[in-house]
Design a protein around this ligand. Structure first.
Ligand SMILES: [Zn+2]
Length: 153
């Protein structure tokens, strides 16, 4: 006998796969560039495509939207020109966390202003909450952004 309808579980799984594929058909809400997918982030966020999308956006933003990040990492002269900071402040991890938090806030503000389906917009902002290294300012912004939709922070 040929089964004409999928069992409920298979249908639900097919819906999830279609939604994930749909998410990855999306791009950066700020510049519309299609994001390359990172195998590392894909593994880290295997169960959470919106957190993976948020993480890819942070990487994309750090390298494509703020030129000072790459320049500061690669040029001592550029670092000196940025003002009186210690070399420790430019240590890879500390600087990356600082730049990431700035990127996250810019991205969240951009996503709020972007023309996206509301469900996707707030699911994506919720994805930022799952990322590591959010500082107080970023966490507050996420909470405020999600509370606009009456979503639990
Ligand atoms: Zn972009």
């Amino acid at each position: 006998m040929i089964q004409t309808t999928l069992p409920a579980e298979a249908a639900a799984a097919a819906t999830v796969v279609a939604e994930v594929a749909d998410v990855w058909a999306r791009s950066c809400p700020l510049c519309a560039e299609r994001l390359p997918r990172s195998e590392h982030l894909r593994g880290v966020f295997a169960q959470d495509p919106y957190a993976e999308w948020a993480a890819c956006l942070v990487t994309h933003y750090r390298h494509e939207h703020v030129g000072y990040y790459d320049r500061a990492l690669h040029s001592a002269a550029y670092r000196a020109a940025m003002g009186p900071r210690t070399e420790d402040e430019f240590s890879y991890d500390a600087f990356k966390v600082q730049v990431n938090n700035r990127a996250k806030r810019q991205l969240i503000r951009g996503i709020l202003a972007a023309s996206m389906p509301l469900r996707e917009k707030y699911a994506l902002i919720g994805g930022f909450r799952k990322l590591k290294g959010n500082d107080g300012e970023t966490s507050s912004l996420i909470t405020v952004a999600l509370s606009r939709r009456g979503m639990r922070p």
